[in-house]
Design a protein around this ligand. Structure first.
Ligand SMILES: [Zn+2]
Length: 260
């Protein structure tokens, strides 16, 4: 079993990221598997080096250690050649085309294939899409030249031979498209998916990156220990009944059935 922890350096870690770390390390340790860390910095506009440094510092403070180490640190921004190669492979077997539609014109997640037959040339200000059987042609590279989340993450998971993808249930709706993209890239085997509950605000919204009172650094500054923070995150999604200290070394116990 090989899984990954893949934060985006677009903000600091909050309890939602801690929940994901509990599931990733907990399920991996419980099954004797390994964890790799991948910085998902495919969006060059929103990612910042200080967030990356902050994430690494917070993870070390919490005690979550990736098995492949941090040197070299695996970053999507260093993998341009790999994405280009995957794009070329995709072009051999599928219709990849340039698209200059604005977000406003598309209005929503489902793309209607407007540019499919326009024959636009690839260039600045134009994204790249791949035609999919049922429409909804997936964006591979956006109009700013960034590889998209769906494309980068799918190529990475294939190339790194990730066997288990453990992530929040907000990403459930993208699973089918990512599996289809894998098959289009010529990969028949599908990984196992685990979609876990999210920490929500009292009003039911997802936590944001600027979630002050749930930020790991804020909780640390308020005097909580790493085990306090992990315990609070585990309780927030019902992994334990009430918050109690849980160390990073002990998260596997949350997923092991008690001895009969
Ligand atoms: Zn278009």
């Amino acid at each position: 079993m090989l899984t990954r922890y893949a934060p985006s350096p677009t903000g600091y870690l909050h309890l939602g990221h801690v929940v994901n770390a509990i599931y990733v390390w907990g399920l991996a340790r419980a099954a004797g598997g390994r964890v790799v860390l991948r910085m998902e910095d495919h969006d060059r506009i929103r990612c910042r080096p200080e967030y990356e440094a902050g994430i690494l510092e917070d993870l070390a403070w919490l005690g979550f250690v990736p098995d492949q180490g941090l040197h070299p640190l695996l970053r999507q921004s260093d993998r341009d050649a790999i994405y280009r190669e995957a794009l070329e492979r995709l072009r051999h077997t599928h219709h990849v085309y340039a698209c200059d539609c604005s977000r406003k014109r598309i209005a929503g997640e489902h793309y209607d294939g407007f540019c499919r037959t326009r024959g636009l040339t690839d260039g600045p200000g134009r994204g790249l899409r791949v035609q999919m059987d049922d429409g909804g042609d997936l964006l591979l590279r956006d109009r700013d030249g960034n590889w998209t989340y769906h494309f980068a993450v799918t190529v990475d998971d294939v190339q790194q031979r990730i066997t288990h993808i453990i992530r929040g249930e907000d990403l459930l709706s993208s699973t089918e498209r990512q599996l289809r993209l894998r098959r289009m890239l010529g990969v028949a085997a599908a990984p196992d998916y685990v979609h876990h509950p999210l920490v929500l605000k009292p009003n039911g919204e997802k936590l944001s990156k600027s979630a002050g009172d749930t930020g790991v650094r804020e909780l640390r500054r308020a005097g909580l220990t790493p085990a306090d923070v992990i315990g609070r995150a585990a309780a927030a999604v019902g992994l334990i009944g009430a918050a109690r200290p849980v160390t990073a070394d002990d998260v596997a116990s949350l997923f092991l059935k008690p001895e009969p």
